[in-house]
Ligand binder design. Structure first.
Ligand SMILES: [Zn+2]
Length: 106
């Protein structure tokens, strides 16, 4: 079981975001893996991480934390999924607004 470290005093939200960003930059650049040793075939597992549907204990998560190319692919998939989610919400909001205008005009 992983040891949980608590900071005293705890980090502010800004400090927490800066720390997460530093970890992300390190994971994206510090582990080049040019031969792609141990990398998964296809994007299914990376998509599983991006969508948080993979169990935290899955061994591919440790690989992605130590393989910059896989980490960058996973972050790219996550950004694409977030963009798609935003576009779906925007389309739904516009549809509701349009229906409200059309109903009001009757
Ligand atoms: Zn990899």
């Amino acid at each position: 079981m992983a040891k949980v470290i608590t900071l005293n005093p705890p980090l502010s939200r800004r400090e927490e975001r800066a720390l997460i960003r530093a970890f992300q930059l390190s994971a994206a650049n510090d582990y080049p893996n040019p031969d792609r040793t141990g990398c998964p075939k296809g994007v299914a597992l990376l998509k599983g991480i991006a969508t948080k549907k993979l169990a935290p204990s899955h061994p591919i998560i440790q690989h992605v934390a130590e393989c910059s190319p896989c980490f960058r692919e996973m972050m790219h998939l996550r950004r694409d999924l977030n963009t798609l989610r935003f576009l779906k919400m925007a389309a739904a909001t516009l549809t509701i607004a349009l229906m409200a205008v059309l109903i009001k005009k009757r």
